[in-house]
Design a protein around this ligand. Structure first.
Ligand code: DQA
Length: 161
């Protein structure tokens, strides 16, 4: 049901900020996958908490997870024109995918790179990110809190521009 606040906002043409969280390969397994690195909260748990934060911040947040690089790219393309900011944990594609980098640059939507683990304290092959230098910011190593910090960061940034 549409609340009074929504009607007032739409009436005043003050559009809600629309954000999208994209999670890449194997992040659907979080909670059961290598819990000593990624923790015991599931992706659903993490997303539920994020929704609460999004409500507090008065922004709209949508979720997308895929193990497929092409689906992630299509999702980024479809965001063009409707999404104001993207949070992305590209999983292992962070370290390999020029195609994801090109897609994000192609739509020119500001994005924050997110990781549960600190990628710089792990194996050397995780130290390379094809996204970091083009990201608004990078949050890595705080477990599920990484997503919350990234959400707070992008909302603060977008409210100022
Ligand atoms: C990850 C780190 C990546 O190196 C890894 O491939 C992942 C998860 C993280 O959230 O810490 O799948 O992005």
């Amino acid at each position: 049901m549409v609340g009074v606040d929504t009607i007032i906002k739409d009436f005043q043409f003050e559009r809600y900020m629309n954000l999208l969280l994209i999670n890449g390969p194997n992040l659907n397994l979080v909670g059961k996958r290598e819990p000593s690195i990624y923790g015991s909260q599931t992706l659903d748990d993490i997303q539920d908490e994020l929704l609460n934060l999004a409500n507090e911040l008065d922004v709209r947040l949508q979720f997308f997870q895929s193990n497929s690089e092409s689906e992630m790219i299509n999702c980024i393309h479809k965001s063009d024109g409707s999404i104001d900011g993207i949070l992305i944990n590209a999983g292992a594609y962070t370290h390999t995918s020029i195609a994801l980098r090109d897609a994000l640059l192609g739509v020119a939507i500001p994005f924050v790179e997110v990781h549960l683990s600190n990628i710089y304290s792990r194996e050397k092959f995780r130290h390379k990110s094809f996204l970091s230098d083009k990201a608004l910011g990078l949050v890595s190593g705080f477990g599920p809190i990484s997503y919350q910090l990234a959400l707070q960061g992008i909302v603060s940034y977008l409210k100022r521009v």
